[in-house]
Design a protein. Structure first.
Length: 318
């Protein structure tokens, strides 16, 4: 297992290098001059030129790229002129807010989606199965930005039940924070919950129709024990794989969700960075997200090996 983990960790290096390269190139393709954006259109040419030199934009592109890569290797992700600070501390200051709704939404998706998937498999071809699989299909098909807007329109604008802007203030009580979390978490949880339900159902159908399950039932073992202790355990590997994908997907989906609900996390941070042509901050957030994505997939592979040691990991979890 140790060799597999080391090999998978080494495989992430070229992936991250590609991410760094593409992000660097794409940020330079954003229309507009960062110096002009920082100083405003009324700034003098001399002031703009001085700012460009201060930001390192007058250097040749290759030299800018090499300087950035060398800085990243030394733990320096650059300086954000729009936030007047080093990039990494800014990212880390916003990370807890993003994790708050991302993890909460994913836990909610697991608690809803997996039991529905198991129950649909057990009650295959019944009304319960048909209804919830149709709902799951609808949930998977909904664009997250449309869902967020519909939640705002329904629960904030029309009903007035929940707030829609910001993350609340703990000084006003726990409910103020929780009430601000409900809509973003529902938005992030809906698509993963539908995905968990569909994958769990498919995996459980394969397990509960296996010969060993029939043998366990013939021995008079309680049905709930057969389903949850034996069949569900063997149905876990595909669910774990999807869990890793959904965790990374929820992290990325937070960009749209945070923008809709004005949630002060990494999502709004990168949107503001793009609007402000803040190259260093854009590159830092994208690279940080890529590291999270790669790390999550590495953890999924490790968990996969623990659950099913017989699986070959020459090419990763499969």
């Amino acid at each position: 297992m140790a060799k597999t983990i080391i090999r998978r960790a080494l495989q992430t290096i070229p992936v991250l290098l590609v991410v760094v390269t593409f992000t660097f190139v794409l940020t330079r393709m954003i229309p507009g001059d960062p110096a002009v954006t920082m100083l405003g259109p009324q700034a003098s040419p001399d002031a703009i030129e001085t700012m460009r030199e201060k930001m390192g934009l007058n250097e040749p592109m290759l030299q800018q790229y090499m300087s950035y890569v060398l800085g990243v290797l030394q733990g320096d992700f650059g300086y954000s002129y729009s936030y007047n600070g080093a990039v990494m501390p800014i990212i880390l200051s916003r990370l807890p807010s993003t994790l708050m709704i991302t993890i909460t939404g994913l836990v909610l998706a697991i608690l809803v989606g997996i039991p529905i998937g198991v129950e649909s498999a057990v009650k295959q071809n019944t009304a319960f199965d048909y209804i919830f699989m149709v709902l799951a299909l609808v949930g998977v098909s909904m664009p997250i930005f449309w869902l967020g807007l519909m939640l705002v329109l329904t629960f904030s604008v029309n009903l007035g039940w929940l707030p829609v802007m910001g993350m609340g203030n703990i000084a006003k009580g726990a409910w103020d924070v929780v009430s601000h979390m409900i809509l973003p978490c529902l938005c992030l949880a809906t698509i993963p919950a539908a995905t968990f339900a569909r994958i769990t159902r498919s995996s459980m159908l394969e397990s509960i129709n296996a010969d060993y399950v029939k043998a366990l039932r013939s021995r008079g073992i309680k049905e709930s024990v057969v389903i949850w202790k034996h069949a569900f355990k063997n149905a876990l590997p595909p669910i774990v794989t999807v869990l890793g994908i959904q965790l990374a997907g929820a992290f990325a989906g937070a960009i749209l969700t945070e923008t809709i609900f004005s949630w002060p996390g990494l999502g709004t941070l990168i949107v503001n960075a793009v609007n402000g042509r803040d190259y260093a901050l854009i590159q830092g957030v994208v690279l940080f997200s890529a590291v999270v994505f790669v790390f999550v997939n590495l953890v999924v592979d490790i968990v996969y090996m623990i659950i099913n040691p017989k699986v070959s990991y020459e090419g990763g979890a499969r």
